[in-house]
Ligand binder design. Structure first.
Ligand code: GAL
Length: 633
């Protein structure tokens, strides 16, 4: 398959006279795709029912005539001002009970049925009008569900919908009281109508209650998206996508992905570095102009799974952005490297955000492919280079990898409801594992928590899966492949209660977690042979073989047949020791990579990327700073 490039364009931001020249220039740069429309509601419908689609007809025609394919976004992330007068209670409400105001975007509550109907209506109008338009080659629903902390809404609409959701799940209020342990602190309810949302309680709400609210909120996103997809599909055969984000775990992306044809995500490697990667100051400084060497790759692998194989980067950072604590410019070459990193993980397309920098409003400090004065910006020059390379580069395809890593949004909900120690996050634990695997030179498939078939994998890593249905326990116990569990495996029931027999209670693994503790950052627990447990550790009993020990002689990692149980949060040394030993046993070749050097195996070609600011050596030869190297396998 030919990999492609694109950009995000806002015809409504520019005089119509320049659309044609813009379109021509996009095509000359080698771009295939142009995403438009996702914030244009106030220009499509300036007053209720006053429809103005003619400009969009002309924009699509102009772009299409230049040979570009259009991704048409539904504009529901930006309901216009009049909508608030029509539905004053549609605003999302934050955890302190304050409505989010109009004046930016994403100010709607997923549970508000009045807004849901408005969303249906505008999506239907677009789908009817453009569903068979030859230039509209793909759709995008809404924009970045959950961005700006908008998945959880504590509105009256959410409260009413939550009660219905609870009743459907538990049937009777007695069952809910029992499942949540509401006898504790006299929290028993006598009807579903009494159950509030779990905010503004005096101290923390019951974790079972909070977890239920997280699951409900996730389901509301899935429902909202599904309505749009169904309407689009009724009128169009073009694939439907949504653009997800980096390290946003507030809703189950796999479940949204089930309703999509293509998963896309918005990759801002420098923007993410400080707040989302979870790395220390030295690391942030080292990669300030390149981005973390593993964070993008992790999400590429994640969204390949969410999209069931079909995925894109819908927004690629084009230069300095406006929204991170600091916003440096990328090292020359990085905007090319990021694109190749995405292709190496199977991206069908990489679209740079945005075509021309807007001199007005919130994102005036955000670079584009063009400067506000229309001159080429560095992103355009690097994109042109990628386009030329795509014409001659080897075909990239992503066969199944030897190692699978399970990622489960529900586990992330549970960890965030009850972290037990400052900074303990499921996402971080999985990402630390991913980084260690990548630093061993491994290519990784991420698989969802609902997976039951692990055939073809030689190692399955399942860190931190706090809730494990019996059939997953059985599937892993019988997988016939090396499986790595722990910490916190099956540590809670589906309703957030400690199970008895105590965890992990996996068939064929004689290990019991007797006690758990969380640790200050300055009290790591060293292991014999190197490395330590940081932040969290479990005291293990069991008859299985001890594979690694703490320095005080207590068991740290148990092994029984093909099952390994890790009783703590291993640092990089521990994780690399563990996985290199297992890889050796499984006959998987590893190589130690350091600094910013990484590789990814595609069919027949190993793609090396250097996130370092200095040249480096690979087994296939030297690689320049911010460079990409293709090694034939
Ligand atoms: C994304 C968003 C875009 C734009 C961009 C700026 O989160 O989808 O609309 O705001 O960030 O970096």
């Amino acid at each position: 398959m030919k990999r492609t490039l694109g950009t995000c364009y806002y015809p409504e931001h520019w005089p119509e006279e320049i659309w044609e020249a813009d379109a021509r220039r996009m095509a000359e740069t080698g771009l295939t795709w142009v995403r438009i429309g996702e914030f244009a509601w106030s220009r499509l419908e300036p007053a209720p029912g006053d429809l103005h689609f003619e400009w969009l007809d002309r924009a699509i025609e102009t772009l299409g005539a230049a040979g570009l394919k259009v991704v048409l976004g539904t504009p529901t992330a930006t309901p216009p001002r009049w909508m608030i007068d029509k539905h004053p209670d549609m605003l999302a409400v934050d955890a302190d009970g304050r409505p989010r105001k109009f004046g930016s975007r994403r100010h709607y509550c997923f549970s508000h049925e009045g807004y849901g109907k408005e969303s249906d209506r505008i999506v239907r109008l677009l789908a009817e009008r453009y569903g068979r338009n030859p230039h509209v080659a793909a759709w995008q629903t809404d924009n970045e569900y959950g961005c700006h902390d908008t998945t959880l809404s504590y509105s009256a609409a959410a409260e009413a919908a939550f009660r219905i959701w609870l009743e459907a799940r538990y049937g009777t209020i007695e069952a809910l009281n029992r499942a949540w342990g509401n006898v504790f602190w006299s929290m028993d309810y006598s009807s579903f109508q009494e159950v509030d949302l779990p905010n503004l309680t005096v101290t923390e709400a019951n974790p079972s209650h909070s977890l239920a609210f997280r699951r409900f909120s996730s389901d509301q996103v899935v429902r909202f998206n599904r309505r749009q997809v169904e309407i689009i599909r009724a009128h169009s055969g073009a694939p439907v996508s949504h653009n997800f984000m980096g390290r946003i775990t507030d809703f189950d992306h796999f479940k949204v992905g089930d309703d999509l044809d293509i998963a896309t995500w918005d990759s801002y490697p420098l923007g993410f570095l400080e707040d989302r990667v979870g790395a220390d100051e030295t690391h942030q400084r080292t990669f300030a102009r390149q981005g973390d060497p593993d964070f993008q790759a992790f999400h590429h692998d994640l969204y390949r799974a969410v999209g069931k194989g079909r995925w894109w980067v819908m927004e690629q950072q084009p230069g300095p952005v406006n929204w991170a604590p600091y916003n440096p410019a990328p090292l020359p070459g990085m905007m090319r490297l990021w694109a190749w990193e995405a292709y190496a993980h199977g991206a069908e397309a990489v679209c740079y955000f945005r075509w021309r920098q807007a001199p007005f409003a919130q994102e005036q400090m955000h670079a584009g492919m063009l400067r506000p004065d229309n001159a080429d910006a560095p992103a355009l020059i690097e994109a042109r280079k990628v386009a030329e390379e795509l014409d001659i580069a080897p075909e990239v395809s992503t066969p199944q990898t030897p190692v699978a890593l399970i990622f489960d949004y529900d586990a992330d909900f549970a960890w965030s409801v009850q972290p037990h120690g400052k900074g303990l996050s499921y996402f971080q634990l999985v990402f630390d594992t991913y980084r260690a695997l990548r630093k061993l030179g491994l290519s990784v498939d991420i698989v969802r928590g609902e997976a039951r078939d692990f055939s073809g994998y030689r190692i399955v890593a399942a860190p931190g899966l706090i809730h494990m249905p019996q059939d997953l326990k059985t599937a892993l116990a019988e997988a016939g492949t090396l499986v790595v569990l722990g910490p916190r495996t099956a540590a809670r029931t589906a309703d957030m209660v400690i199970p008895v027999p105590l965890p992990p209670d996996i068939p064929g693994l004689e290990v019991t977690v007797a006690r758990v503790e969380s640790l200050r950052p300055d009290m790591p627990i060293p292991l014999k042979g190197g490395g330590k447990f940081v932040g969290y550790r479990e005291e293990l009993d069991g008859a299985a073989d001890v594979m690694m020990e703490l320095e005080d002689g207590e068991p740290a990692v148990f092994r029984q047949d093909h099952l390994t149980y890790v009783g703590g949060w291993g640092d990089e040394t521990v994780l690399k020791r563990l996985y290199s030993e297992l890889c050796e046993e499984a006959g998987i070749e590893t190589r130690e990579l350091s600094g910013g050097l990484r590789c990814r195996d595609t069919k027949g070609v190993r793609i090396w990327t250097n996130y370092g600011a200095e040249p480096a050596e690979t087994p296939a030869g030297p690689i320049e700073a911010a460079g990409v190297l293709f090694e034939k396998l």
